[in-house]
Write a protein that binds this ligand. Sequence first.
Ligand SMILES: NC(=O)c1ccc[n+]([C@@H]2O[C@H](COP(=O)([O-])OP(=O)(O)OC[C@H]3O[C@@H](n4cnc5c(N)ncnc54)[C@H](O)[C@@H]3O)[C@@H](O)[C@H]2O)c1
Length: 386
Amino acid sequence: MRQLKSARESQSRNPERPESYTVRVAPTKESILFSPRSVLVTGGAGFIGSNYLRYVVPRYPETRFVNLDALTYAGNLGNLTAIESADNYSFVRGDITDATLVASLFASHAFDAVVHFAAESHVDRSILDPTAFVTTNVHGTLVLLQAARDAWKSTSLPVRFHHISTDEVFGSLGYEGEFRVDTPYNPRSPYAASKAAADHLVRAFGTTYDFPYVLTNTSNNYGPFQFPEKLIPLVLRNAASRLPIPIYGKGENVRDWLFVEDHCEALDTVLRRAPLQSTYLIGGSEEVSNIDLVHQLLSLFDELAGRNEEPSTDLITFVSDRPGHDFRYALDSTPIRDDLGWTPRHDLKSGLRKTVAWYLENQEWLDGILNQEYLSYYDTQYSERG
Ligand SMILES: NC(=O)c1ccc[n+]([C@@H]2O[C@H](COP(=O)([O-])OP(=O)(O)OC[C@H]3O[C@@H](n4cnc5c(N)ncnc54)[C@H](O)[C@@H]3O)[C@@H](O)[C@H]2O)c1
């Protein structure tokens, strides 16, 4: 394992870096390579972004965090009440595709880090209409890269751009194997294709302009504050309202689940400790089929809600499958565990228990975000599949 010599030195690019993007140079577990002072967080009103801000804002009072979010249907400032009045936090409503706005934010806040979450993130919506996915996920990422490159081209200070991506860029696995950092990309949904394009742009900036990025691909997240179009909150919302619980196909598709707070800790670790131009895969190593997951969730729901009537599993309704539904994702997270010392604190059982308890205690939050747009989307998505 190579010992990194100094913070400034370790900011510089790895001279041994091969042409491929798969480089990893292991820092020691203790080494902090980077301590940002002013961070632009995009998409911080969404599910993972808001969990991240609630994790980092109180933890790093000397660092300023600016949250740039367009507040699409998926963004909700109610996710951020715990930190909204913190001195080191501010919110700007705006679109990442707005190059003038992004450049002016760089000029006024002198960001030395960008943590880029903002995206259209829901596969089913990308199948209904991919346009916004290309606009935000590809063009929006390009706008941020250009602004960061312009702002940072003559700086000698440490700076870095953390691009948050998904395991879906790698395609679909059979029963065996795991995605690794050098697995070729094979995106199969418009969402995955747009994230893959953004990842390629980030790495191309690295190669072409020596741009200081780190990139992470993560498995399915779950936990508090997730919008109820995604599987786990959708199941919990429908169970609470005694509505049918739609499961695609036979529910055999397998996902690797990661509790969102563990993901946020991993992201903070990568931003501070990973070598520049490195990629890390972040998974929970908790694989389960959708139908098994839903059974676990519903039995926890019945237990924690104190229900003694008919079991909530009676609400499960199988509906026609998502087109091109990827069968299985699994990530090899050994490098982030070995190199950076990160490991998830929650297994699926404890993470699901916390999640179900949170949704039961926060019914008002859930009711508050179920607007007309969501209800008509839900209708389009499920009413004709029964
Ligand atoms: N949720 C997961 O399981 C998961 C897994 C792997 C990777 N990711 C990636 O993590 C990131 C965050 O995912 P999430 O689940 O929190 O998404 P989300 O849909 O909950 O939140 C996205 C946020 O981005 C904002 N946004 C969308 N378009 C914007 C634009 N043009 N300009 C500014 N803000 C905009 C939205 O208002 C919202 O607050 C995404 O990049 C996603 O691809 C998510």
